[in-house]
Design a protein around this ligand. Structure first.
Ligand code: F6P
Length: 360
């Protein structure tokens, strides 16, 4: 019997989402002859009236879309079905509506492409019963547990590395210390990987407590050793030296998000070392643009494998990367913890082996 499956992108966007949708559609239609319904704007598409969906075909999801950034289905990191915004400014639990609308659309299964926040919401929906769910991890932060990489992370690392490549010559020309603030929320994966790839002298990540004295002494030593520049990469989630987070308030939603650590460090380092400092906050540049080749490959592997899981009836699992293999991880495991930088990991040992200062 022909199956009908739904696909949605949920949470913050990242490069590689369209390539994932393409892989799902090619495999589901091409191999199994199923119908694929795209749910628009993440969970919102299954909760707004009328329901917001689109029939996805291989010609609609052709090769051109795999090169594009963003998600052509749209996404949201606000409309949590358990606290869904109401017209009078309150929130309401719409989780049961979500499941009902899934059935009203005649879906046999749903593939949700999401980060750690979305995974937790999806797990709660699964716990209610009545959903055949398969998830695909995506996030530039790479903080989803159970998978070595999530879609979008490697492109963000490329962008941050390119930023360092561009900052180094101008830093050297003016004998400056350049501070690059990258995203990642509470995880330092982007900062660590880009810092290693881009030749950073100092990398500060939320997982490692730093001392400004140690950072500044490293910058002074670099100058004494004849270096005419310093490159410092800092993850947005790094706190002030006293442990206080630096945040900005979203003017619309009133929600807090990280921001400001680059400028905080710039002032402290300049005052303490006498170095001329400049700050680059990379921001959403890391989230947009074309996915790199590795992300397109990962998107293709995850998309095809997610459809195969549905064919096998293996629901409530997330597809995940382990070495060269794609495995299925129970969604409870994927949501049980956040994947942070392990201070004993090979990557950390390599970074320390290169003499990179973490301020500890
Ligand atoms: O989780 C992805 C991410 O880009 C984080 O790195 C960042 O802190 C956050 O989303 C930004 O969210 P928004 O797009 O809502 O500003």
């Amino acid at each position: 019997m022909t199956k009908r499956i739904g696909v949605m992108t949920s949470g913050g966007d990242c490069p590689g989402l369209n390539a994932t949708i393409r892989a799902i559609v090619y495999k589901a239609v091409g191999t199994y002859g199923w119908e694929v319904l795209g749910i628009k704007k993440g969970t919102t598409g299954l909760l707004r009236s009328p329901l917001d969906t689109i029939q996805l075909t291989p010609s609609l999801c052709n090769t051109a879309i795999m090169r594009t950034g963003g998600t052509f289905l749209g996404s949201t990191n606000k409309d949590n079905p358990f606290y869904f915004p109401t017209e009078n400014g309150g929130v309401k639990d719409r989780s049961k509506d979500f499941i009902k609308n899934y059935h009203d659309l005649g879906l046999d299964a749903l593939i949700a492409i999401g980060g750690d926040g979305s995974m937790k919401i999806l797990k709660r929906l699964c716990d209610l019963g009545g959903l055949n769910l398969v998830t695909i991890p995506k996030t530039i932060d790479n903080d989803v547990a159970g998978t070595e990489n999530a879609i979008g992370h490697l492109t963000a690392v490329e962008v941050a590395t390119e930023a360092l490549d561009r900052l180094q010559p101008t830093a050297a020309s003016h004998q400056r210390a350049m501070i690059l603030e990258v995203m990642g929320r509470d995880a330092g994966h982007i900062a660590l990987a880009a810092g290693v790839a881009g030749g950073a002298d100092v990398i500060l990540i939320p997982e490692i407590r730093y001392s400004l004295d140690k950072v500044c002494s490293r910058i002074k030593t670099l100058a004494m050793d004849g270096s005419n520049f310093a490159l410092i990469v800092v993850a947005e989630g790094v706190k002030k030296e006293d442990g206080q987070p630096l945040t900005v308030t979203d003017p619309k939603s009133g929600r807090l998000r990280y921001g400001g650590i680059g400028h905080y460090l710039s002032e402290k380092i300049s005052l303490s070392t006498g170095a001329e400092t400049r700050v680059t906050v990379l921001g959403h540049v890391q989230r947009g643009g074309e996915p790199c080749a590795e992300d397109r490959i990962l998107a293709s592997k995850f998309g095809v494998s997610a459809v195969d899981l549905i064919a096998k009836g293996q629901f409530n699992h997330m597809v995940a990367l382990k070495g060269q293999d794609i495995i299925a991880v129970p969604i409870q495991i994927a949501t049980a913890s956040q994947k942070l930088v392990d201070s004993e990991s090979t990557m950390m040992q390599i970074a320390r082996g290169l003499g990179i200062c973490f301020g500890d």
